[in-house]
Structure formats: C-alpha cells, structure tokens
Ligand binder design. Structure first.
Ligand code: NDP
Length: 282
C-alpha cells in the first residue's frame, strides 16, 4: 500500500485565497481591515523567521499589521505594557506574542494579559475553557490546522479511534479536545505511556506531536490509518517529523509530510482567527 500524501501547502494556499476574498469583502462592505499585533522579544532565529512569515502572510491577505520588536533584556512590565497597548488599539483585532519568551518573563502572565477577544493564538485560559465547553472561542492554530487537514482530506472522525501522542497545552491537549468534539474515541499518550506501540496500533487516526525524530515507526501504525505528523525536528540539517515517513507511508492510507504538512496550516489558521476576531467586532 502507498499512502496518499496530505498536501498542507496546497490546502493552506486555498485557505489563504478564501481569507483574502473574505478580507476584501469585509473592507468593501464595512470599511473594516483585520489587524494583527505582534510582540517579538529577542533575536531567536526561529522566532524571527516565524514572525517574518506571519507578517508576509498578513500583508498578502490585505491585513493591517504592527510588530513590536524589542531586545531580549526587555522587562516583563514593558512586554505587558505593549500587550495592553494592543488590547486598547481598535485597529488591532488579533494579538500574537511570539513564544518562547526569555526566562525572566513569565509567559503565563503575558498570556493572561491578552484580551481573550484578541487572543488569536487561543492560549488564554478563557479560550481554553471555552474550547473544553464546546463554546465559541479561538481554537489554537496548529490543532485547528490538523482538524482542517483531516476535514479537507475527507476523513470521517465520528466513532473512530484517534490516538494523540503528546499532551502539551499548545498541541496535544487541544487537538485531543477537538477530535473528541468530532465524536472520535480519543486516547492521549505521553512520556509515561506504558506501551506506546500498542496504543498507536489501535489508531484509525494517529496524531504525533512529540518532538522526537521518527519516534513513530511503520510497525506502530495500523494498516490504512490516517497519520498526521505535527513534529518538526532538525536532523543533520534536515527537517523531519515524529513519524518515520518512508516506512509509515507504506502502511498508512494517508499521511502528512514534514515539511509541507501541518506546518503551513498553522499560519493560515492564525490569519483565519484574526479575520474572525475582526468579523466578531461588527
Ligand atoms: P512539548 O515538548 O511541549 O510536548 C511533547 C509531548 O510529547 C509531551 O507531552 C511529552 O510527554 C511527549 N513525549 C515526549 N517523549 C515521548 C515519548 N518517548 N513517548 C511518548 N510521548 C512522549 O512539544 P509541543 O507539543 O510543543 O510540540 C511537539 C512537536 O510539534 C515539536 O516537534 C514541535 O516542534 C512541533 N510543533 C509544530 C508546529 C507546527 O506548526 N508544525 C507547532 C507547534 C509544535 P510528557 O508530557 O509526559 O513530558
């Protein structure tokens, strides 16, 4: 068997097209331009490159964007002040504080300071709580991207066994909650799971969000399963996922590549949340 490759680049491009169309409509009908405010502390190369692509995508879609780039030694009080400035700015509908923050800044304090109505990353406890209650909220971008990829691949989740490997607040837990809300039977695995291979083999849908290169091998995959690989690991200067792609593609029915799978979806979902935030002000 050879799996269908789930092309995140293509799906995210078609989502961006839709978003650009909706943005133009919002502007024409209501004179409203979605705005995103970004805070970037320090010069971590990965964070800088993420912020650059977010700015570029925002511009392509016709959004307004404003970025505060501040040095690594910036105090927590100053970062909180910048967040507050965005909270009060009517041109800004979505706020993004690029993580990780330097160790002298309490990340939770900064996340708590973001107005939940502008929390387009979906990390504020109000949005996390609403997600768990099944209420309208901002869904965290990477998990939202995973579900969108499954939807656009035509994967039926109802009644399926979904296994998520990883239980972080930004990926594992929210993606599990979303799968549950789609009526999958969800198992969440982590570093203390006793028999990871056995748990994975029960999965009709397997989501790997671990951060360990090629941890999931072909023997751990049920024939015909759909495999979504969130992991991004650098091995010998190359990006690889948490799944051994070559082996897994022979067993799975569909699989996301790394790069080009979940990665491109994350920014598209951030922009979708920002557009929603703007639409919700009407
Ligand atoms: P975290 O490090 O926060 O969480 C990793 C999780 O994996 C933890 O729950 C941990 O368990 C679990 N884990 C670690 N080792 C094992 C193991 N041997 N067996 C089973 N479970 C294990 O990572 P994130 O959730 O932030 O990210 C996961 C991956 O996704 C990373 O590679 C990251 O780079 C990538 N990522 C990709 C994004 C994208 O846009 N494509 C966005 C965000 C993340 P425990 O809780 O017990 O420690």
């Amino acid at each position: 068997m050879s799996a269908t490759i789930i092309d995140g680049k293509q799906v995210s491009a078609s989502i961006r097209e839709e978003l650009a169309r909706r943005t133009a409509e919002l502007k024409a009908r209501h004179g409203l331009i979605p705005g995103i405010g970004v805070v970037l502390v320090g010069e971590d190369p990965a964070s800088q490159s993420y912020v650059k692509s977010k700015e570029r995508t925002a511009e392509e879609l016709g959004f307004y964007s404003k970025t505060h780039r501040v040095p690594v030694e910036t105090s927590e009080a100053e970062v909180l002040r910048l967040v507050e400035e965005f909270n009060r700015d009517p041109k800004i509908h979505g706020i993004l504080v690029q993580l990780p923050l330097p160790p002298h800044i309490n990340e939770n304090a900064v996340i708590y300071a973001i107005d939940p109505k502008k929390d387009v990353d979906g990390f504020h406890p109000v949005n996390i709580g609403r997600l768990h209650m099944g209420e309208e909220c901002f869904v965290p971008c990477t998990p939202n991207g995973v579900i969108e990829l499954l939807d656009r691949t035509g994967v039926e989740l109802k009644g399926k066994n979904a296994v998520v490997v990883g239980r972080s607040n930004i990926v594992g837990k929210p993606v599990s909650m979303l799968l549950l809300s789609r009526h999958a039977t969800v198992t969440i695995c982590h570093s203390r799971t006793r028999d990871l291979a056995a748990e994975c083999r029960r999965a009709d849908v397997l989501v790997a969000a671990v951060g360990k290169a090629r941890l999931i091998t072909a023997e751990m995959i049920k024939p015909g399963a759909v495999v979504i690989d969130v992991g991004v690991n650098r091995v010998d200067g190359k990006l690889v996922g948490d799944v051994d792609f070559e082996g897994a593609a022979k067993v799975a029915s569909a699989i996301t590549p790394v790069p080009g799978g979940v990665g491109p979806m994350t920014i598209a979902m951030l922009m979708k949340n920002t557009l929603l935030a703007a639409e919700r002000t009407l």
